[in-house]
Design a protein. Structure first.
Length: 115
């Protein structure tokens, strides 16, 4: 059973914007910090942003001031608003939440930024 369902990836020109969505169940949304990671070809997976149940946020250095993570309690959905996109933002973006001593991941959504 897929617990983190992502959507919103695609192809965009440099300088453009995209919004990613990650929908999950009420029980997960209400009890866990959630976030986004990304992985570009040949590179390790890296933190993009996280948000706690109280709304506290944390961002990777490469996306600060350009990306915004938020959560909609009514829709049990976490969003990643990505502005001023750069070609180096091209990657598969994964929704994440902690699970026991490990992690639970969504299926991933491709974001491609053309120059």
């Amino acid at each position: 059973q897929v617990q983190l369902v992502e959507s919103g990836g695609g192809l965009v020109q440099a300088g453009g914007s995209l919004r990613l969505s990650c929908k999950t169940s009420r029980s997960i949304f209400s009890n866990y910090v959630m976030g986004w990671y990304r992985q570009a070809p040949g590179k390790p997976r890296e933190l993009v942003a996280t948000i706690t149940t109280e709304g506290y946020t944390n961002y990777g250095d490469s996306v600060k001031s350009r990306f915004t993570i938020s959560r909609d309690n009514a829709k049990t959905t976490v969003y990643l608003q990505m502005n001023s996109l750069k070609p180096e933002d091209t990657a598969v973006y994964y929704c994440w939440r902690p699970r026991g001593s490990g992690s639970s991941w969504g299926q991933g959504t491709q974001v491609t930024v053309s120059s």
